[in-house]
Design a protein around this ligand. Sequence first.
Ligand SMILES: C[S@@+](CC[C@H](N)C(=O)[O-])C[C@H]1O[C@@H](n2cnc3c(N)ncnc32)[C@H](O)[C@@H]1O
Length: 410
Amino acid sequence: MAEHPAYPVGLRLTGRRVVVIGGGQVAQRRLPALIAAGASITLVSPSATPSVEAMADAGELTWERRRYTEGDLAEAWYVLIATGDPEANARASAEAERHRIWCVRSDNAEEATAWTPATGHSEGVTVAVLTARAEGRDPRHTAAIRDAVVEGLRDGTLVAPHHRTRTPGVALVGGGPGDPDLITVRGRRLLAEADVVIADRLGPRDLLAELPPHVEVIDAAKIPYGRFMAQEAINNALIEHAKQGKSVVRLKGGDPYVFGRGMEELQALAEAGIPCTVVPGISSSISVPSAAGIPVTHRGVAHEFTVVSGHVAPDDERSLVDWPALARLTGTLVILMGVDKIGRIAEALVANGKSPDTPVALIQEGTTAAQRRVDATLATVAETVRTREVKPPTVIVIGEVVKVGPEANA
Ligand SMILES: C[S@@+](CC[C@H](N)C(=O)[O-])C[C@H]1O[C@@H](n2cnc3c(N)ncnc32)[C@H](O)[C@@H]1O
């Protein structure tokens, strides 16, 4: 008789008894999804892996430390058999069959009455891939299909627009430091669904080239501002496009709320009654040092890091930064927008007690193909910036962490 294909279904297991027999690697892989589904799980097994044991300790399942015996499946809705003992597996499987309980068997797909699909999740949807028939079953192939679908949805190469929950209004998306791989999954998806993208110079500009032709891409720096301030003109552009019913992404470098004026944009949109969602991004303040081999903290070296804007000099009356206090800190200082004023910043730090020998690293265009790192000290940094022609965008790291990685002085 020809084998019919398996019938796919989603089991709603919340509060329902599920019995898992065997506490090894298979159970370890399958249990998190059963726990996430809210199943009331009983594990029957004389031993368990440390991870499975931790799930029992956390109260996520009830562990009966013994071998399977007839009757263990009473009242169960679903059973997973995964012991290393084929004879026990066969007995448990026969009990499940007698009681009409759907049963997955790790050792014998032919004998099982249910199969576990390769699953992945993307924005509230579960993607589940099943081989149709036992014959020619190829779990790696199903897993590869699952990966391709989930990855495609996450990175926007597979576009499945939302119809009911499409994000209206504006999304302020933190694009990360520049490498297109360093945007969040959510940011990438919203970008793939946008009608209009208003982008900064910093951030993952390579992603803009991948957008479909109907998407209008606007360079924020080129919005004419006439009688407005540049920021006001950007706010107005966001509002105008959103009012036309378009899905607008404001793509920003790093994180929208780290020297990114994200809150100003959100406030302007709120005043105009436009819904706005904010997607955090990987800030250059941490990721750019990391890309250059510098940890902003390191055990025994720095127990704190402070991120400071260097766009106004320490003696400028507009400065809100307490530079004498920063000079007393023993941890790491990370300065953004500080290339122009680094000479005066270094002077202020030394004048307030920091050693002139304190190591400094300047990382220009971090995480991009043009990344470069230049090392100096507080005493030499102003001169180094001039002679080595360090330009924005650059993250400046001051402190002993600069010396800990193998790339120091490279
Ligand atoms: C206006 S701030 C925006 C910071 C951004 N919101 C963040 O969280 O990374 C711009 C400054 O961030 C730093 N920056 C951003 N991206 C960078 C990169 N890829 N390489 C070096 N510095 C970067 C530079 O100091 C630049 O002057």
